[in-house]
Design a protein around this ligand. Structure first.
Ligand code: XMP
Length: 508
């Protein structure tokens, strides 16, 4: 399989670059610059390498560098931003602060004709974000683009197929960015662009058929997209040898548990075990209001439930996990501060003795996972589902969690989602929160004293940062009216207009 290496130097766009490449049906993988050697790169047979941007200056002693031997492998290279400067530096050029200061944002660039800029007009707009620039080009290179502030906005050594661009072709603000990436992939690297999801599924299923022959396999379903697609994929490879366990902790959205059961035990006919554990989760959570404590209790109770499952079905040989590519890339980046202890089913391996774990989606981005799900026949309602946290509604019920309060939230949440979907508004994530505030209202002629429900909707690419969604007022109005009319005990609805940061997406 032809593939491109995205060598990551700490830029914020590493995943975006890989996705842009994959959009052209060329498989791309990201590796951190300090986790791969020139020898490994040589052996992997890449068709081309993209050096990403990064926040450093190449002269900073702490800045990420790479073995200059990379330049003599004969593999085509494209450096972007910091990557462009690093290639120039490794090849013997000089980098310095631009005399006119930083260049940031949309900038007009003038390009010279050549392979990299075929089909790109002489003048167009690109996205710039830099302070340093290549002040002296290395031997063998010549400048192929310039801006007012930067005479070396792009460089090329056509003989060695090594290129660098100071701007970011991967972001949509660069008008001809995709064209430039395509020129690199197809004209410089000679890629065929034949990476297709159907082939990926066929190949993965065939591999697992062999690798898991005769093994008993377990998949813990959360009701989310990733574990569902992972289960469907492995089911195609091992059939009856797969058992899916779905723990209903009583903190799922309205009708969610039944929906998951219907798809997997009905449509797919899988060995499907639904564990109705509402009672035990709610009793453990009784009286608990502190968010981290709620999460810990739920995480631990999952493990207890799985201990019981083990007693029923024995120790399976293999565990399937729905890890996807961004999880893999993020976990290779070192630890950021823990804001919330996110959990899925990470405690399971310590309970059961598995010979191994398989992660069939670990090479795929979320939209690719959804595509696999569709091709495997999962319903759209499951495949296009918005993210839902492992601890479920527990992190959306502020204060004490009771069955009654969970039902109030479920009803309000279902109405909000229904109104948004009816209006064709699809934020990245949207849900209701039950606050611990009671408020005074008036209904008919009587005073009420009821729950305050908050509505939350965010727009984001990666959930690391998020903006609150500008939902049309009439849609908010419809949701508010229906919630206060139909959900007894709720007499006030508010809309959360906080971005992340400073808030987080979930309230707890
Ligand atoms: P926050 O609230 O941290 O959420 O801004 C970012 C994204 O992560 C989801 N989330 C979780 N997902 N287990 C999960 O699997 C968790 O404990 C958890 N907490 C938050 C949240 O829904 C949003 O999509």
């Amino acid at each position: 399989m032809e593939k491109i290496l995205v060598l990551d130097f700490g830029g914020q766009y590493d995943q975006l670059i890989a996705r842009r490449v994959r959009e052209q049906q060329v498989y791309a993988e990201i590796k951190a610059y300090n986790r791969v050697t020139v020898d490994e790169i040589r052996r992997a047979g890449y068709k081309g390498i993209v050096f990403t941007g990064g926040p450093n200056s190449v002269y900073d002693p702490a800045s990420p560098h790479f073995d200059p031997e990379i330049l003599s492998l004969g593999i085509p290279l494209l450096g972007i931003c910091y990557g462009h400067q690093l290639i120039a530096y490794l090849a013997g050029g000089v980098i310095g602060p631009a005399a006119s200061g930083s260049e940031y944002g949309k900038t007009e660039v003038t390009v010279k004709p050549g392979v990299l800029f075929a089909g790109v007009p002489e003048k167009s707009v690109v996205w710039m974000s830099h302070t340093d620039y290549v002040s002296t080009l290395p031997a063998g290179f010549h400048a192929v683009a310039s801006t007012d502030a930067c005479p070396s906005a792009a460089m090329a050594d056509e003989g060695r197929k090594i290129y660098g661009v100071q701007f970011h072709p991967e972001v949509t603000h660069s008008e001809y960015g995709t064209k430039i990436l395509c020129n690199f992939l197809f004209s410089v690297c000679g890629c065929a662009g034949d990476w297709k999801m159907d082939d990926y599924i066929e190949k993965t299923v065939a591999e697992y058929k062999t690798a898991l022959a005769g093994k008993n396999v377990l998949c813990a379903l959360s009701g989310g997209v990733d574990s569902a697609v992972a289960a469907a994929l492995i089911h195609r490879a091992v059939g009856d040898k797969l058992t899916c366990v779905f723990v209903d902790h009583g903190l799922l959205r309205k009708n969610e548990g039944d929906g998951v059961e219907k798809v997997f035990s009905g449509g797919f006919g899988m060995n499907f075990l639904r564990v109705d554990a509402e009672e035990r989760f709610l009793s453990k959570l009784a009286g608990v209001v502190e968010p981290e404590k709620k999460r810990k209790i739920i995480g631990e109770e999952f493990i207890r439930v799985f201990e019981d499952v083990r007693d029923k079905i024995g120790d399976p040989d293999i565990l399937v996990q729905g890890t996807i590519y961004p999880d893999v890339v993020e976990s290779g980046k070192g630890d950021a501060a823990t804001i919330k202890s996110h959990h899925n089913v990470g405690g399971l391996p310590s309970v059961m003795k598995f010979q191994g774990i398989v992660e069939p989606l670990r090479d795929l981005f979320k939209d690719e996972v959804r595509e696999v799900g569709r091709k495997l026949g999962l319903p759209e309602s499951l495949v296009s589902r918005q993210p839902f946290p492992g601890p479920g509604l527990a992190v959306r019920i502020i204060g004490e969690i009771t069955r009654e309060r969970a039902d109030v939230l479920r009803d309000a949440d279902a109405i909000f989602r229904c109104e948004l979907e009816k209006a064709g508004v699809r934020p990245s994530q949207y849900f209701a929160v039950l606050t611990d505030t009671a408020s005074v209202g008036v209904m008919g002629d009587a005073r009420t004293y009821g729950h305050v429900v908050a509505l939350r909707a965010v727009t984001t690419d990666d959930f690391m940062t998020a903006d609150w969604t500008r939902i049309p007022y009439d849609v908010l109005e419809a949701a508010s009216r229906r919630i206060t009319n139909e959900v007894k005990t709720v007499n006030r609805v508010v809309y959360d207009i906080t971005s992340k940061p400073p808030a987080t997406v979930e309230w707890e």
